[in-house]
Design a protein around this ligand. Structure first.
Ligand code: NAD
Length: 421
């Protein structure tokens, strides 16, 4: 759950990485603070005629390597600290993948499930009205995140076009295909993680058939379930914000996806096809080979990390494991494929979308998958090698890998540059 001190937690990983690489302390100092975070209050008209206001933020954490890039989250618990932390992670994620971007993020403090579709559209448009001067295809490029989707990105791209007087599809990624979205963006986050696990399977000593537990069953969770099940792996447990289900014989993934599409919880399938009740809190403790956190931050902490049985954790969510839980899992011999690598498929295909928008020439889904796979395998292998060579966790190796690139760019701007000031 988002809570104050999230950025402090994230910076622990930066300090740890800095001990494994020779680096100018000024670089670390620069990366400890967001460059700019703008807070506004969005006021919209509700369907009943009343007016309601919502806090919203946009953070451009670091733009040394290019325009800032990062999703917009709609969540009742969002805070400025959470937005800055997510933007910090984006800075490192883009550097991990060698994308020509810095890190950004945005949020609105709202429970979108309590809004009508028209209210949601007015709120999405109000966000762009407030931040149109900050975003732009060469400045800051939003995308979807928790509880936002391609429909919302479409409204936002439309609002931006109306404000500037022309279509600028490269200002936002994750758009509907009809508005310049990319093929393959829908499942890109999960697919990137899937390619990574497949590529490192031998190094990780994975079984032919894995038993998999997935926490969170939205975009990332549903697609990873589908991809792994198609390869014959058994999805033995899944959860969402309202409940969880388990089946040692393997859950019916299509049934779960249909339930979500119909607006129901995965728990609504209990009693069908051998699906059994599971407490959502017990999901992380399920006996399995692979645990996939695909919900929110800090879900695996010092209280429940000791109960994790999986020997591999694929972090599709951002920041799901606290630093204390990291230590507990490491002592138990578990390997964590960290968020800034494992879920970077999403921003990578967002980058492909931006490239296609700018060149006005669109790739096939096979081209998208092939390019994504190449980058995931290349950066995954490089990070794996750093981990082996320096005898550090994959997470620390990923930070070391990204830090080297960030330091090179910060230094290349020149010591008197505005960027490095
Ligand atoms: P989503 O809104 O599609 O799904 C979120 C899911 O988490 C929902 O099923 C929700 O019910 C569930 N959830 C919420 N609270 C929960 C709880 N307490 N226990 C169990 N489940 C809970 O969001 P998403 O896009 O799938 O994002 C999930 C995570 O992946 C986030 O951390 C996000 O930042 C990260 N991520 C997403 C993308 C992307 O492209 N969508 C890219 C990179 C990282």
């Amino acid at each position: 759950m988002p809570e104050d001190g999230l950025l402090d937690h994230a910076l622990v990983r930066l300090d740890e990485a800095a001990t494994h690489i020779s680096i100018d302390p000024d670089v670390i100092e620069k990366l400890k603070y967001a460059r700019e975070t703008t807070k506004v209050r969005l006021m919209i008209r509700m369907d009943d005629g009343s007016r309601k206001s919502f806090l919203a933020w946009r953070c451009r954490y670091d733009d040394t390597r290019g325009p800032t890039k990062g999703g917009i989250r709609f969540h009742p618990n969002s805070t400025a600290d959470e937005v800055e932390t997510l933007a910090f992670w984006m800075t490192f994620k883009c550097a991990v993948m060698n994308l020509p971007y810095g890190g950004g993020k945005g949020a609105v403090q709202v429970d979108p499930r309590k809004l009508s579709k028209a209210e949601l559209e007015r709120l999405s448009r109000a966000y762009i009205q407030a931040f149109a001067r900050i975003i732009g295809p060469d400045r800051d490029i939003p995308a979807p995140d928790v509880y936002t989707n391609s429909m919302i990105m479409g409204w936002m791209a439309d609002e931006y076009a109306q404000i500037v007087g022309e279509a600028v599809p490269a200002v936002i990624t994750g758009k509907p295909i009809a508005l310049g979205g990319s093929l393959g963006r829908g499942d890109a986050t999960a697919r990137g993680g899937y390619y990574l696990v497949r590529h490192l399977a031998e190094d990780l000593g994975l079984h032919q058939i894995m038993r998999v537990a997935i926490q969170g069953f939205g975009n990332a969770g549903q697609h990873i379930a589908r991809l792994l099940a198609a390869d014959g792996h058994k999805i033995v447990a899944v959860s969402d914000s309202e409940g969880a289900v388990r089946s040692d014989a393997g859950l019916h993934v299509d049934m779960l996806i249909d339930a979500k599409a119909a607006g129901r919880s995965v728990a609504g399938t209990i009693g069908q096809g051998g699906h059994e009740f599971l407490s959502a809190d017990d999901l992380v403790a399920v006996d399995c080979d692979l645990l996939v956190p695909a919900a929110l931050e800090n879900m695996i902490d010092e209280k429940n990390a000791g109960s994790v049985k999986a020997k591999l954790v694929l972090e599709l969510a951002n920041g799901p494991v606290t630093p204390e839980a990291d230590d507990i899992l490491a002592r138990s011999g578990a390997v964590i494929l960290p968020d800034i690598l494992a879920n970077a498929g999403g921003v990578t295909v967002s980058y492909f979308e931006w490239v296609q928008n700018r060149q006005g020439f669109y790739w096939t889904v096979d081209e998208i998958h092939g390019r994504l796979r190449t980058i995931m395998e290349r950066e995954g292998r490089a990070i794996w090698n750093v981990a082996k060579e320096k005898k550090v966790s994959v997470r620390t190796a990923a930070y070391v890998h990204a830090l080297g690139r960030l330091a090179e760019a910060i230094e290349a701007h020149g010591t008197q540059s505005f960027f490095t000031s």
